[in-house]
Design a protein around this ligand. Structure first.
Ligand SMILES: C=CC1=C(C)c2cc3[nH]c(cc4nc(cc5[nH]c(cc1n2)c(C)c5CCC(=O)O)C(CCC(=O)O)=C4C)c(C)c3C=C
Ligand SMILES: [Fe+2]
Ligand SMILES: [Fe+2]
Length: 359
């Protein structure tokens, strides 16, 4: 059969609204064997690496997947906890907290779950599970504040790919970004202010975002502009002057030019310019992960201190902070506006029997 039905459907099942939060995904274990399939799936996505497919197939399989899994596994091992990969632990906790908030307001009408773009739990499996529970209206919320085709666009591809194989599609709403949402800016500013209240301030606040190839910006990806806008709004909320903060881009991959200034080069150069203490925050990451804990928390600290820096601090991501969950809940509530579901199952089942529906 070309299009899959909903095998468990019955008229006696109440309709539901589904909220699917997603993030990038992470390997199942900090091992070479787990990194291999994860990196293969991730780096085979044409939204992530926009290089002619045949050429990329040879580079990926002939070079990258031979060497990178071992090196990445070593990095993941340094951040792995007993509960698993930080990105997974935080995403799960965020979904659970959001679910509690939704239950308080909407009762059992709204189901919240989480999925990962690469690896498990896969977006398609979670959609299948939600539909089997009666979800007829689906809100997808990728936890990326800034839009990029490589992240948010790719998440939409995964949802669309799933839908292409289904017979009965739910209503769909999709949040493509929230980089300038007042609640998000306020949650970031509050978190930084709280950090300052406890630890004091540094010479400069570095707002570091994951990079993308500069070519994507030149071809129309709004990510760069959204990152700069987020930084400007956070700086305004904290009353920071232009000399008190900087926006930089981290996590380069491959040889071509990425968005600049690069976080690592900036941190290596700042001490010579008289900036001896910095605090780094990563507003583009809704959850702490390898790229924040290891790359910003450890690797870049080394660069800065070696270059003559005296004080270096990483301000954690929003993770499951109450202000973050409240902000996400507000965004969910706003996006569910006007959605009603039919839960009069008794009447529905009776009428279905009358018109001869087998289910
Ligand atoms: C926050 C937005 C992200 C963008 C934009 C992004 C683009 C992007 N990433 C790569 C390559 C890699 N990224 C890796 C890890 C990683 N990337 C993001 C987020 C964005 N990536 C997160 C949250 C993570 C951490 C995942 C975790 O498990 O903790 C990795 C894997 C790690 C490694 O081997 O270094 C790669 C590879 C490209 C090419 C890209 C291009 C647009
Ligand atoms: Fe990445
Ligand atoms: Fe721009």
């Amino acid at each position: 059969m070309k299009y899959a039905g909903n095998p468990g459907f019955s008229h006696q099942q109440a309709d539901k609204i589904g909220v699917l939060v997603t993030n990038l995904g992470t390997p199942n274990a900090p091992t070479k064997g787990a990194l291999q399939p994860y990196l293969k799936e991730f780096l085979s996505d044409p939204r992530v690496v926009e290089v002619p497919r045949l050429l990329w197939w040879f580079i990926l399989n002939g070079v990258i997947l031979r060497f990178r899994p071992k090196r990445s596994a070593q990095a993941y091992a340094t951040v792995w906890s007993e509960q698993g990969s930080p990105l997974m632990v935080h995403t799960k906790a965020q979904a659970e907290a959001l679910s509690t908030r939704c239950e308080e307001t909407f009762g059992d009408k709204v189901i919240v779950d989480y999925a990962m773009r690469y690896g498990q739990p896969a977006i398609s499996d979670v959609i299948e599970n939600m539909l089997s529970k009666g979800v007829r209206k689906l809100l997808v919320l990728p936890l990326y504040p800034q839009y990029s085709g490589s992240t948010v666009g790719s998440t939409f591809d995964a949802v669309a790919q799933d839908f292409k194989q289904r017979r009965w599609l739910p209503d769909l709403r999709f949040v493509s970004h929230y980089h300038d949402r007042p609640g998000y800016i306020q949650a970031m500013a509050d978190s930084i202010q709280r950090y300052w209240d406890t630890n004091g301030r540094a010479d400069k606040l570095i707002m570091s975002y994951h990079g993308i190839p500069k070519r994507y910006l030149m071809n129309g990806d709004p990510y760069h502009c959204e990152c700069l806008k987020t930084s400007r709004l956070i700086a305004e909320a904290l009353d920071l002057g232009p000399d008190e903060y900087m926006t930089t881009f981290q996590s380069r991959f491959g040889r071509e030019e990425w968005l600049k200034p690069y976080t690592d080069e900036t941190l290596k150069a700042l001490p010579a310019k008289g900036v001896k203490s910095v605090q780094v925050v990563c507003p583009g990451f809704s959850a702490d992960c390898l790229e924040t804990i290891e790359e910003i928390g450890e690797e870049n600290r080394e660069y800065f201190m070696h270059a003559g820096g005296e004080r270096y601090e990483y301000i954690p991501a929003l993770n499951s902070e109450p202000g973050h969950i409240s902000m996400l809940f507000d965004m969910v509530q706003e996006n569910l506006h006007g959605w009603q579901v039919d839960s009069d199952v008794e009447l529905r089942a009776k009428l279905a029997k009358q018109h001869g529906c087998p289910r």
